[in-house]
Design a protein around this ligand. Structure first.
Ligand code: PMP
Length: 407
């Protein structure tokens, strides 16, 4: 299928809307939804809604099939081996918290350590800080060098025989950088240490194959890949998930309730980690979003986004007083910058006044802001495949106007 941005835009009601004159460059925060996803949600609640797993009637059986088929679509999309390795959660944050709680309960010994990096979103930092605190352990941070890269020698030095896990982002939500996942995983595995990849910013912009990169856990949120809010995914290798305790206790996840907690047994994977009524409609919405992307062709969507990103970087380079933080490639299609005159908040407000949606501040990445010495944070624009060169031109023209009017 040949890529045609005008046709793509027609698939997204909020982007295509002529009433809302907005240039939406806040896709890293959440993406807009194609009509097929909105329709799938409506259709589910209009004609297919029933609770899953225990109903003998046809509506419930059909709803269960929709839910379980969505799991299969997700498994294929990220290249996992088994359906039982795909756990539905609320979002990336909950997926990481499950691992930080359940994995660490078993595998993080008292006084042990977890390694994460300076590049992380708070969701891939605080759960580990809490886990280390529970086990009187240590959270170790792999620093980024001045050139924006990680030193694998330093990683080797940080890992020791008390390291329980390495947690690293697949792509930085703050500056767009892509850590060298394969190298990190290779080094960690050489020390028998598993790796969790926070895929929140990677999943929509890069081909993901969890089996090929051989990560042990992978997390993402549906709302960042054109799906609904309220649902996320935790992929985990069966061998680890089997040994981990449940995270939530309640309906569906129990096998037999014993006299004591110790004699109580749990359902098999993935149900062990899916206590209570799940967001079945959102699971259907997510699989519909992934099917939509597959039909468009991930390779051409990603290539288009990269072309727009390189174009944006080039244009920003010529605007006086604008400094882009980290221009490296490969990167995801988000760009962060600061102004020599205005605070990030002021720029974001002024852009908003011209109908341009951006994001500003610390971007849930305080350790990184501290490292970069950015007290007020950054302005971030983030691109999706429905954005156009004309939108980028308008954004750059407005930014240039804002800058030059005060220079
Ligand atoms: N990790 C990264 C890299 C993110 O960008 C985000 C969201 N901004 C999260 C984790 C948390 O995602 P959610 O809020 O959907 O749980």
């Amino acid at each position: 299928m040949t890529f045609n941005v005008s046709n793509i835009r027609k698939d997204f009601p909020l982007i295509d809307s002529h009433c809302l004159k907005l240039i939406y460059l806040d896709n890293a925060a959440t993406t807009q939804k194609p009509l097929v996803v909105i329709d799938a949600l409506t259709e589910y609640y209009k004609n297919k809604n029933a609770n899953i797993h225990r109903g003998a009637y046809e509506l419930s059986i059909h709803s269960t099939d929709l839910y379980e088929n969505s799991r299969k679509v997700i498994r294929k999309f990220i290249g996992a081996h088994k359906d039982c390795e795909i756990i539905f959660t609320k979002n990336t944050t909950e997926s990481i918290n499950i691992v930080a709680y359940s994995f660490c309960e078993t595998f993080l010994k008292m006084g042990g350590n977890i390694i994460t990096t300076e590049l992380e979103h708070h969701s891939n930092y605080l759960p580990w800080l809490a886990a280390c605190s529970r086990k009187s352990g240590e959270l170790r941070l792999l620093p980024i060098a001045d050139d924006g890269f990680f030193s694998m020698t330093l990683l080797e030095r940080l890992i020791d025989n008390k390291t329980a896990l390495v947690a690293v982002t697949g792509a930085s939500n703050a500056i767009g950088l892509l850590p060298p996942l394969k190298d990190i995983i290779k080094i960690a595995h050489a020390h028998n240490v598993p790796v969790l990849v926070d895929g929140a910013q990677l999943i929509a912009h890069s081909f993901v194959d969890v089996s090929a990169i051989d990560c042990d856990f992978f997390t993402f949120s549906a709302h960042k890949i054109y799906g609904p809010t309220g649902i996320g995914v935790l992929y985990g290798k069966e061998a680890y998930l089997e040994k981990m305790h449940p995270y939530n206790y309640g309906g569906d996840m129990v096998d037999r309730i014993g006299e004591t907690f110790g004699t109580t047994t749990w359902q098999n994977l993935p149900t062990k980690f899916e206590a209570g009524t799940q967001d079945v409609g959102a699971a259907v919405g997510l699989s519909t979003a992934l099917r939509y992307i597959n039909v468009q062709g991930t390779t051409c969507l990603h290539a288009y986004e990269q072309t727009l990103t390189q174009y944006t970087l080039k244009r920003l380079d010529s605007i006086k007083g604008i400094t882009v933080i980290a221009k490296h490639s490969p990167r995801v299609p988000l760009i962060s910058f600061i102004s020599s005159i205005f605070s990030p908040y002021d720029i974001s407000m002024l852009l908003a006044a011209h109908g341009i949606a951006s994001r500003c501040g610390e971007l849930c990445a305080q350790p990184l802001m501290k490292k970069l010495g950015l007290k007020n944070g950054l302005i971030r624009i983030s691109i999706a495949f429905y954005n156009t060169k004309e939108e980028i031109d308008r954004f750059c023209d407005v930014l240039e106007q804002i800058q030059t009017s005060y220079l």
